[in-house]
Design a protein around this ligand. Sequence first.
Ligand SMILES: NC(=O)C1=CN([C@@H]2O[C@H](COP(=O)(O)OP(=O)(O)OC[C@H]3O[C@@H](n4cnc5c(N)ncnc54)[C@H](OP(=O)(O)O)[C@@H]3O)[C@@H](O)[C@H]2O)C=CC1
Ligand SMILES: O=C1CO[C@H](CO)[C@@H](O)[C@@H]1O
Length: 335
Amino acid sequence: MPQGYARRMSGLRWGILATGGIATSFTSDLRHAGLDVAAVGSRSAESSARFADRFEIPRAHGSYEALVADPDVDIVYVATPHPLHAENALAAIAHGKHVLVEKAFTQDAAQAAAVRDAARSAGVLAMEAMWTRYLPHMAWVRELVRGGRLGEVRTVTADHTQSLPTDPSHRINALALGGGALLDLGIYPISFAWDLLGAPESLVARGRLGETGADTEVATISTHAGGAIATTLSSSRAAGPNVAHVIGTAARIDIDHVWYTPTTARLTLPDGTVAETWENRVTGRGMQHQALAAERIIADGGRDSDLLPIDETVAIMAALDDIRSQLGVSYPGES
Ligand SMILES: NC(=O)C1=CN([C@@H]2O[C@H](COP(=O)(O)OP(=O)(O)OC[C@H]3O[C@@H](n4cnc5c(N)ncnc54)[C@H](OP(=O)(O)O)[C@@H]3O)[C@@H](O)[C@H]2O)C=CC1
Ligand SMILES: O=C1CO[C@H](CO)[C@@H](O)[C@@H]1O
């Protein structure tokens, strides 16, 4: 049944690489926001055709190579499991396409640096789809923090905890698919603390590994310039509150469940008075905001995200490499 999506004709022509869970959510948000989804590519021609039919996409390709070679695609959204991100992004960049690559941007920092360097040489945008950074409530949080409303920020704390499938072949558990809570979930609170406090000066991690050797629980404690401390928790086995707090000497921000998606938040004074509230007005899942940001950057002639520069993405991947080495998690092919 045709949805009759409205279309903004001025933007980029998006190509969707893969037809799984997040590709579906992202494309739905793009379509409802009126963005131009020009093509989709899948390992399977049937899956590609089904996806194109569902979202009224003009061209369905039966391979990723055909998608990235499509001359009527400007930007490719990479939505495969993490170990494939670098290969898929590099193929798109080789065809002169901009890339928006799902988190974790790659499996490790070396791959992330390779994608960054290729994009710079080709003069295209490479951006991590850490969609939370681009949500309106995060802009409000940054404004309060940078405007000094919290006084001195002493602590940032957040969890990303879910009850996900325990099947060893599921991508959250399979090491060959980049399994583990850290790269899938823990990356959100780690990136959040980085956004507000900058790169950690030190970071210690403790975790628990599941049957496949992939991490199922990870806790991190990091120290930042000026002495602020961040704590993060991720779990792929047990759903927690999924809330975040930024705590300063003059006030704190409480971001409600589910903090990394469009939600409500409050600025609360030490005596409990609520000084300001954030109401959520985002429609859909909220993934369109990162896409609109990418379109704006490119339209303005930029080739890097101001909210999450590619060097920061590479540095975050290096921190995840370090955490994995503290936990004893390595992927096939790594020593
Ligand atoms: N931003 C967010 O909120 C979310 C982000 N993600 C990220 O998106 C990526 C994909 O996750 P998700 O959509 O949940 O995964 P799915 O398993 O649902 O989909 C992954 C897709 O990748 C393609 N693919 C290519 N090679 C393989 C392979 N060997 N095994 C499985 N799939 C393969 C398939 O598409 P096809 O058959 O069409 O080629 C498949 O449908 C991950 O990196 C994850 O971290 C995931 C969920 C939420
Ligand atoms: O980014 C993500 C958000 O939550 C999902 C679970 O629902 C994760 O698996 C995913 O990768």
